[in-house]
Every structure is written in C-alpha cells, then in structure tokens.
Ligand binder design. Structure first.
Ligand code: COI
Length: 356
C-alpha cells in the first residue's frame, strides 16, 4: 500500500561475531529507513537506503535549536528464529505526541510502521540470537532548514536506524546506584519533559557526569518546582515497592510516559499487585527505608528493561535497598516482560507484533 523504494548497499558490513560484547548503541546495520517533509508534499520520498552519513548545512536548524524527537524500541528473536516487535505502534504514537509539542509536523503512523517492517525484512539477519540481546530501533526526526531565525523549520528528515544491542548497563541486571539530584532539574511544568527530545537528554548530562564522579550510575530527577517529588531517572522511569504496594510517579507532563512503565503497571495489576500512580516525595522513600517498609526500587525502560536500584544517595545520605540485590517483584517483572518480548510466554495483553 505504501510505496517504499529500496536502494541496495554496495557492500555489507561484518556482523558482530561475539554477541556477548554487543554493549549498547555503537554498531549500526547496513540500511536505514528515510522520509522527508516539505510544506508542499508533506511527508514524502519514503525509502530504505544504505546507512550513510548525512550531508548537513552548518546552519541546519536542529544543530542550533534542537528541534528533534526520537524513539527507542526493539526487535526480538524468538527461540524458533522468528522475529517480533513489542508495542511498536505505541512508540510511533508517542513520537507524534513529542513531534506535536516540538512544532514538528505529525506523520502517518502506519506509514512509519510500513517503513520499519520493510527495513526489518531486509535487516533480519542483524537481529542477534543470544539471551538478552535484541535489535534496537531508533526512529528520529530532525529539522533541516538552513535558517538561523528562531522559528519551526519548514523541512524535516525522519529516519530509522538499527543497532544490535546487549544490556544497556555494562553490569546487566545487577542493581544500579542512583544519585538523587538536588541542584539541577530536568523538566518543568509546561515544558517538554513528557517528550523524547534531544534537549531533555542534553539537560541531564552535567548532573550525570557529577553523579558518575561520585560513583553512581545515573541521576534520579526531582520535580522542577519544589525539588521534592520523584520524577524519573535519565534513561528510565522509576518504581518503588513500599509496604507491599508498587508505587510510581503519576504522569504529570514532565515525566516520560514510558511504554515499559505502562507495561509493568498493567502486568503488576494483572498479577494482583496493588499499584499506585501518584506524587511520591523523595523523603517518603528515605523514611520508608528508615522504617523498613521500602522493599524494592527499580527502573523501567526500553533500553534498560527492568533495572533494580540497589543504592540511593541524597545529600550524602545513602540507603541500600533490598540488601543491594534484585528483589522478587523486579525479577518477576523482568521475567514476565522479557518472556512476552522474546515469545517464551503467552502475551495476554496483545502487545506483540509478529514479523515472521
Ligand atoms: C530507551 O529506553 O529506548 C531510551 O530511549 C532511553 C535512552 C537510551 C535514551
């Protein structure tokens, strides 16, 4: 139904031999999907072409004003060799919400789906085989007008690149240490914290360098108004198990509405766990640690999957959670989520899109 032409690559890259060394985000496949936008034709010229460097004008708007959005999703290989996606339409729908907030013209989500499927048909041999690996999918839109006025661009490029990956954190499912950031903020009320846009990640970098210097893996962001309530970690949403309940910050406009977050909440309710989406003060978390009711903490995200938090540090005060080990709920969520994603478990939620 969609006309997507394919330009063959002149030569293929070597595929990674040792899948245990894939890491995250460094190697890219042979092809990418691309389409363009201009005011006259709208989104047009959809194609699968060789992965190659773009030629960009130094005045290109994305380079100056950061008008860009992106997504992260994965293609999984089942034991029988077949391939499947996890909630890809939710990613494209979120990308359009991000685009709208960044004054980027929205795209036809089914067109993007068709482009992704075509790209994956061609690149199917790049999907790794080993436990815990997948093909990470990074759809991106950038503003391409060569213009220095502060105004939405009239032209854009939408592209999807693919990257065989292992665990996001070098230590895999081992618990991470998180530093509670009390100086900088990531997002404010009315801003674009709920979007996946480059600026949100740029805003996080300085604090993450400081946290790393202190020996922590990532930063936990507090709200941008009172710096009192928990928001999210740089690359994942956060959940706590306190007094038997699974508690996570409610989506308030400054937190990314994670698709993994939503999936975990649905799975938790399905398993009969009591779930609360609400404001959660960082003091409540530290008080719960002090009175013994903080049972677990873990992050959730496409790249990070389910990532237990073993230690939290705020103002020099350090708490160790569940003895610094992965807890039973985080483990159960990881097992069920990856079980569905890799086709080991039935998918009662209708999340899987099978490709082969
Ligand atoms: C993802 O989880 O897919 C993300 O985009 C987070 C991070 C790698 C930026």
């Amino acid at each position: 139904m969609y006309d997507i032409r394919v330009t063959p690559v002149p030569a293929y890259k070597d595929k990674p031999q040792d899948e245990s060394k894939l890491g995250f985000g460094r190697r890219f496949t042979d092809y990418m999907f691309v389409m363009e936008y201009n005011r006259k034709d709208g989104w047009c010229n959809a194609r699968v072409q060789p992965y190659e460097k773009f030629q960009m004008d130094p005045a290109c708007m994305v380079l100056h004003y950061g008008q860009s959005v992106f997504e992260g999703m994965k293609c999984y290989r089942r034991k029988d060799g077949g391939l499947q996606l996890f909630r890809p339409r939710d990613n494209f729908a979120r990308m359009n919400r991000s685009a709208d907030r960044l004054a980027i013209p929205m795209f036809d989500e089914e067109m993007a789906m068709a482009g992704l499927v075509k790209l994956l048909e061609i690149e199917k041999d790049w999907v790794p085989h080993s436990e815990g690996t997948s093909l990470y999918i990074r759809p991106t839109i950038i503003a391409t007008d060569p213009f220095l006025g502060v105004h939405p661009s009239n032209t854009y490029l939408f592209y999807i690149i693919l990257c065989p990956v292992g665990a996001y954190y070098a230590h895999g499912l081992a618990p991470v240490g998180i530093y509670v950031e009390d100086q900088y903020v990531r997002a404010v009320r009315g801003g674009f914290g709920f979007t996946k846009t480059a600026g949100n990640y740029a805003a996080s970098l300085k604090a993450s360098v400081v946290a790393e210097e202190k020996g922590y893996d990532q930063v936990l962001w507090l709200d941008g108004v009172e710096q009192k309530y928990v928001e999210e970690v740089g690359s994942m949403n956060i959940m706590f198990k306190i007094g038997g309940k699974l508690i996570t910050p409610a989506l308030n406009g400054s937190i990314l509405g994670g698709i993994t977050r939503d999936s975990i909440l649905k799975m938790a309710r399905h398993m009969g766990l009591e779930v609360e989406e609400r404001k959660i003060a960082i003091d409540e978390v530290f008080d719960a640690a002090a009175n013994g009711t903080l049972e677990e903490a873990f992050g959730t995200g496409t790249a990070a999957v389910v990532s237990p938090v073993g230690e939290l540090c705020k103002d020099g005060q350090v708490i160790t959670i569940n003895g610094g080990k992965i807890g039973p709920v985080a483990q159960a969520m990881y097992d069920q989520l990856t079980g569905i994603q890799y086709g080991r478990l039935e998918d009662p939620f209708g999340w899987i899109v099978k490709l082969s």
